[in-house]
Design a protein around this ligand. Structure first.
Ligand code: 5AD
Ligand code: SF4
Length: 465
């Protein structure tokens, strides 16, 4: 891993100033449109890139039609996200013909794959800048070159240490996403992430805590700590463990809630369970991806636990934290999965009774071990299993939500609901969406709401104070 040197920072800041200088000669501030695919980590990367764009004199808009600079921050986890990016890039071809000054950039996990970069070079010649996931702080230098008329492709395989000299344009007030580690060492056989995000590397805890204090001073109330596998935080420099870090974050005044994502079941320690149980600010909620309920498939996936072991963890969690809400990721149609294997997954769903699941149909990823494995089921059978799973889970989610009716929960108000401006939307400690009537001035506050109605995906209630 290469360290970020003082010279790197000087180059970055020089490039920022050069682009700012170019932009300051324009009559109006140039507009940037940034669209993000995939996970919270990617969203956080976009917030960092927007921080750099803002420093370079850009303001932001909501459509490529109004933009002088368009960026797609891409995801490589499943094929359909990749297809959408290619679709969007295709749509920009005509736009670029009409407005040759329009600057088009693509970055993120997809761009770490050589075959994707080749395809862009060949078929999407109107793209000006391509960069990957590893050295985002170099983006101003790429943009400077591109503004001078050069085509820039920069997706190095070399992992760079994390650059701390960054500002963010955050989305999602009053919740701040803060990365604590990057990369993944697990190599689950279906997953492209270790190839496109590199090996695990943790941020220094002092930098993390400084960022938490900063957002607290800006009025943020909730921290979402991000990492592909947060349980192994600190593992590569040994300074601090994840449970200890949680306790430190909890000491920061002004921060009322702490959540984190994602935990690998094989690394969930008793110490972490204790911190969730005893530390009031750490929410009683856990995303604990199981992926499959069949031991045979779990082995093929290289997940390093059995369904029984997973159930033991769930029992331990529920014993110590009775009101904990659990969510998971499930893949249907992994190569070699039979209908019998899938029945095991359905059985596990019935046993665990997750609050929500995030379910996916297996998508073949070039270069991963699973891409070479034999398939058993037809696409139609996979979809049938997938639908069966959704139907079962919807019933369970609804039943759990119905058990909330009549209860009063504390809601951190996030904003107006997407469909009706008279309705506010927020989340309770268990991370369920709670909608209710109220004034916008409540955004950012934690208030009590009595639940009056349950839906499959959300709760509805009335403010009680
Ligand atoms: N196909 C389908 N789903 C996948 N995931 C990761 N890789 C694939 C793939 N190749 C899912 C896993 C993971 C979530 C982020 O995406 O369930 O937990
Ligand atoms: Fe992919 Fe497994 Fe790493 Fe998650 S833990 S990012 S599923 S390899």
């Amino acid at each position: 891993m290469r360290k970020v040197t003082p010279e790197d920072l000087i180059e970055k800041n020089n490039a920022i100033n050069s682009v700012l200088h170019i932009n300051s000669k324009r009559k109006e501030k140039p507009k940037a449109f940034v669209e993000t695919y995939g996970c919270a980590q990617n969203e956080n990367d976009s917030e960092m890139i927007k921080g750099m764009l803002e420093k370079m004199g850009y303001e932001f808009c909501n459509s490529y039609k109004d933009a002088d600079f368009v960026l797609y921050n891409t995801c490589a986890v499943r094929e359909n996200a990749e297809l959408r990016v290619f679709g969007n890039l295709g749509a920009l071809k005509g736009e670029k013909r009409e407005r040759p000054d329009l600057m088009i950039a693509v970055c993120g996990c997809m761009m770490q794959q050589a075959h994707i970069r080749d395809e862009i070079k060949k078929k999407y010649k109107h793209v000006d800048i391509v960069f990957g996931t590893h050295a985002l702080y170099k983006f101003p230098q790429l943009l400077e070159k591109a503004l001078e008329g050069e085509k820039v492709v920069d997706a190095p395989d070399e992992e760079t240490a994390i650059c701390e000299d960054m500002t963010y344009v955050r989305e999602g007030f009053p919740v701040a996403k803060i990365p604590i580690m990057y990369g993944c060492n697990n190599f689950c056989t279906y997953c492209i992430v270790p190839y496109v995000r590199g090996r695990e590397r943790s941020r220094n805890h002092e930098n993390i805590l400084e960022e938490v204090r900063q957002v607290a001073s800006e009025g943020y109330k909730e921290i979402m700590l991000l990492g592909t596998n947060v349980n192994s935080y600190g593992g590569d420099n040994g300074e601090m463990t994840f449970p200890k870090l949680l306790k430190e974050v909890a000491k920061v005044e002004g921060i009322e809630r702490i959540r984190f994502m994602t935990s690998h079941p094989k690394d969930l320690s008793d110490e972490l369970i204790d911190v969730i149980a005893t530390e009031k600010k750490v929410c009683n909620q856990l995303h604990l991806p199981v992926q499959s309920g069949s031991d045979r498939i779990l082995k093929l996936m290289n997940r390093k636990y059995t369904a029984e072991k997973y159930m033991e963890i769930v029992e331990k969690l529920r014993n110590k934290i009775p009101d904990i809400s659990l969510t998971t990721d499930i893949i249907a149609g992994f190569p070699g999965e039979t209908n019998e294997d899938f029945e095991e997954t359905l059985k596990l769903l019935e046993k665990v009774r997750y609050d929500t699941i995030f379910s996916f149909i297996y998508s073949k990823r070039k270069g991963t071990p699973a891409a070479e494995m034999e398939d058993c089921l037809t696409e139609e059978e996979k979809h049938k299993n997938f639908d069966k799973m959704i139907e079962l889970q919807n019933k369970i989610s609804r039943e759990i939500n119905e058990s909330y009716v009549g209860k009063t929960v504390e809601v951190l108000v996030e904003g107006e609901s997407k469909t009706n401006p008279d309705i506010l939307s927020g989340r309770c400690e268990q991370n369920k969406i709670v909608n209710f009537r109220g004034e916008k001035s409540l955004v950012g506050k934690i208030i009590k709401v009595k639940i009056t109605e349950a839906k499959t995906w959300s709760l509805f209630g009335e403010r009680t104070e």
